[in-house]
Design a binder for this molecule. Structure first.
Ligand code: SAM
Length: 215
C-alpha cells in the first residue's frame, strides 16, 4: 500500500493507534521545549498530520502566534482542522502540499494571503521527514520558508541502541507500518545547517531530537 493511501484510511484513528503516549509524545515534547519559541512567533509544522504538535506549540506561542501546518494528506489535515476547531485555535493555517515538491515562494504567498507572515520564526518536523524519500529537499524547503536565524527542529526515529536494542524489531515494525525509513536520519539536516545544535534522545535512542538556530 502506498504511504499516501495508508494515511488516508488511518487518519481518523491516527491519534489513538500511533503509540503517542507510551512512545512518541516524549520526542515531540523535548523537541518543542528545545525550540527557541516566543509569544507571537509563527511556526511551520512540516508533515503536521493530525496536529499532535499543535497543543504544545500553542502553549509557547500563545494566541498572538501562528501555526502553519503543511501536509500532503487531505485526510490527516481534516483531522488537524477538527482539532483546531474543537480547541478554538483560530491561529492555525493548514496547507495541503507535498513538502518535497512544493514551491517555497508560492507557499509563502499562500501563508501571507491567509493572514500569516511570509517567513516563519521557527520550523519543525516530527516523525515526518523519514517518510519522505527525498527528505533533503523537504528540509531545504523548510529553510527557504524560514527567516534568517530561525529556530529549527527535527524529531525522528532510528533503531534503539545499547540495552534497548532488544526493542529494535518492535521499532522497525512500527516504522515499517507508518511508512518511515528508520535509516534516513533526517536530523542530520539540523546538524549541517544550524548553529547551537542541541542533541537529545529518548526511548533508548529510538527517538532522536535535534534543534538549532539556522545559520
Ligand atoms: C507519521 S505522520 C506524523 C505526523 C505528525 N508530524 C506527528 O508528529 O504526529 C507523517 C505525516 O507526514 C505526512 N507526509 C508524508 N510525506 C509527506 C510529504 N512528502 N509532504 C508532506 N507531508 C508528508 C503524512 O501525510 C503524515 O501526515
Amino acid at each position: 500500500m502506498l504511504i499516501a493511501e495508508k494515511y488516508r484510511s488511518f487518519a481518523p484513528l491516527y491519534d489513538l493507534l500511533s503509540a503517542e503516549w507510551p512512545v512518541y509524545r516524549a520526542g515531540r515534547k523535548i523537541g518543542i521545549e528545545s525550540l527557541d519559541l516566543h509569544p507571537g512567533d509563527q511556526v511551520l509544522d512540516i508533515g503536521c498530520g493530525t496536529g499532535l504538535n499543535f497543543g504544545l506549540l500553542q502553549q509557547r506561542i500563545g494566541p498572538g502566534g501562528t501555526i502553519v501546518g503543511i501536509d500532503r494528506s487531505p485526510d490527516m489535515l481534516a483531522q488537524a482542522r477538527r482539532k483546531a476547531t474543537r480547541n478554538d485555535w483560530t491561529n492555525v493555517i493548514l496547507i495541503e502540499a507535498d513538502a518535497t515538491t512544493l514551491t517555497p515562494t508560492a507557499i509563502r504567498a499562500d501563508i501571507a494571503a491567509q493572514g500569516g507572515r511570509e517567513y516563519s520564526e521557527a520550523a519543525l518536523a516530527t516523525y515526518a521527514l523519514s517518510l519522505m524519500t527525498d527528505w533533503e529537499t523537504a528540509w531545504t524547503n523548510m529553510i527557504l520558508m524560514s527567516s534568517p536565524g530561525a529556530s529549527m527542529g527535527v524529531v525522528d526515529m532510528q533503531e534503539p541502541t545499547g540495552l534497548h536494542s532488544l526493542m529494535a524489531p518492535l521499532a522497525r515494525a512500527a516504522c515499517h507500518l507508518g511508512g518511515a525509513d528508520i535509516t534516513a536520519h533526517p536530523w542530520t539536516g539540523v546538524e549541517h545547517n544550524c548553529a547551537d545544535v542541541m542533541p537529545a534522545s529518548a526511548r533508548g535512542g529510538h527517538l532522536q531530537i535535534r534543534t538549532g538556530r539556522l545559520r
